[in-house]
Design a protein around this ligand. Sequence first.
Ligand code: GLN
Length: 579
Amino acid sequence: MKYVVVSGGVISGIGKGVLASSTGMLLKTLGLKVTSIKIDPYMNIDAGTMSPLEHGECFVLNDGGETDLDLGNYERYLNVTLTKDHNITTGKIYSHVIARERKGDYLGKTVQIVPHLTNAIQDWIERVSRIPVDDTGLEPDVCIIELGGTVGDIESAPFVEALRQFQFKVGKENFALIHVSLVPVIHGEQKTKPTQAAIKDLRSLGLVPDMIACRCSEQLEQSTIDKIAMFCHVGSEQVVNVHDVNSTYHVPLLLLEQKMIDYLHNRLQLNDITLNDDDKQRGNDLLTKWKKTTGNFDASMETVKIALVGKYTNLKDSYLSVIKALEHSSMRCRRKLDIMWVESTDLEPETQETDKARFHEAWNKVSSADGVLVPGGFGTRGTEGMIHAARWARENKIPFLGVCLGLQIATIEFVRDVIGKTEASSTEFVEGLDEENQVVIYMPEIDKATMGGNMRLGLRPTYFQDNSEWSKIRKLYGSPASVEERHRHRYEINPEIVSELEENGLAFVGKDESNKRCEIFELKNHPYYVATQYHPEYTSKVLDPSKPFLGLIAAASGILDDVIDGKYDFHTDSESTDF
Ligand code: GLN
C-alpha cells in the first residue's frame, strides 16, 4: 500500500480536499485503485451533530455514516464508496481507545496519547486503507490521507505524531507527503514567508514535504517558486502551482501539466505495482472522459437558472453536494449553470414588512428562474418561505425538485392549497400541532432521547409503484422496479393521509419496502414537479449525474424528453457528444 498524506499550513479552508481528491483521481488514471481517509481533529464523533452553517454540509455514506463533506469530494472524484471508518475524528479515536481500556485490552498499563492513541491511529489507517471501495472489489493500491486543520494546532498533534511514526513503519517508498500552503499576494507581490514558516513547523514535527502545493489567487512566478524551493529546502519541481481556476474540475489537469504524477511515480516507486492491460485501459478511459466532460464548458452555451431556496445560504458549503449534482447535470445537458441563491425567510411576508427591497429581490430571483430547488434542512425557520416557492413552481408550471425537507414542504403546500387545510404543517415546525393538520410526522422508530447518528440514515430501497410507468423520474432512472438512495431524516409524510393526497393528484410513485413510507412524489400534469425523501445529491458523479437533478436541469432547459431518450448520454466517440 502506498500512502499519500495531504496536510495543510498557514490557514485552513484553502482547498486541501480538492487537491487531495484531484491527486487521487490522477493516480487512478494510471490504472491504480485509489482509496482515501479523512482525518478531522475535532471531538465530535461525526459531523452529524454540527451546524451546516459552521462546518458545511454533513455528507452521508451508504452505511449511514454522517461525515465531513470532503468524503463527498473523494467519492465524486475517485468514484468510490467509502465507509464511516474512512472518516477518523478525535472523538472516534478516543472513544475507541477508551472502550478498549474498559475491556481490559491494556491491563496493567498507563494508557497514554503516545503510544496508545498514536498506535490506534496507525492501526486504524492500515486496516481501513485495505477495504475495497470500487467496483473491482479488490484491495486498493494507494490511500490518500487528508489531515484536516493546520499542522501545528493542538488539535491535530496526536495525528501528526502518528503520521511521523507511520512513515518509518511503512517505509520511505510507501509514504509521500504533500503540504498545501498559501501564497498571499500583497500589493501585487507574491509573499512566500507564510509558506516558509509553515514548512518550518512541519519539519520541526518530524514530517518532510515531498511536494509543496501553493494556493495562490494568481499563477506563481518562477522567482516565487525558486524562493520557496530554496528556503524550504526542496527542489523547484517539488513546488506545485495551484492558482485559482474557473472550476475545481480543472485542478486535476492543472496538476497533470506540472508533472505531479511523474514525481509521485518515482517517489513512491509505483512501477512496483503490477497493472494489467485492463487496468491501464480503465485509467486511460477515465482521463479521456474527464477531459471531455469537464472541458465542455463553452461561453456560448445557454444558461440555465436555478433558484436554490434554502436556509443555510450564507455558507455555500452547506449545500456542496447539491451544487455538485446541479453542476454534473448541467455539464451533461451542455448548459451553463447559474445558481440564484435565495434565503427562504426573504420570501416571507415578515420580510416584506421589514425589508421590502430584500423581499422583492428574493421574489425576483424565484420568478425569473428556469427551475426551483428546495433542498434538505432542519427546524422551523424559513419553512414558510419554502412553501411559497413550492407554490410558485407548482402553479406556474416551473420545474421543481424538493429534496428531503423539500418533499415535506411541497406536500404541506399541496395539502394547504389543493385540499384546503390551510393550517397543515409538520410536527417539526409546530409544537402541539392538531392531529388533523399533521401532514409530516416524527417517524415512530426514531429515538427521541438522543441525537447522534440515530436518524433514518444511509442507503435504502425505494420501490416504484404499479401504474407509475408514466413517471418522468422513473424513466430518468431507466424504468427500474426499484432504486437505492441515501437518507437522512427523522420525519416522514403521515401515512394516514397518503390516499387522500393521491386522490387529489399527488402521486407517490416510490415507496419504501413497507409500501407505507413515501419516498418519491410527482405531479402528472406538470413539466417536472418531483420530490424525494432521500438525498440523491450524495451519489451524483461528474460522469454519472444524479437522476432527479438531471431531470430538474433538463426540464428547466426544455430538453427533458431528449434527455430521457438518452440523446444527451455520454458517448466515447466524439461525434455523438458534438451537439
Ligand atoms: N428535518 C427533516 C427531517 O428530519 C428533513 C431532514 C433533511 O432535509 N435532511 O425529516
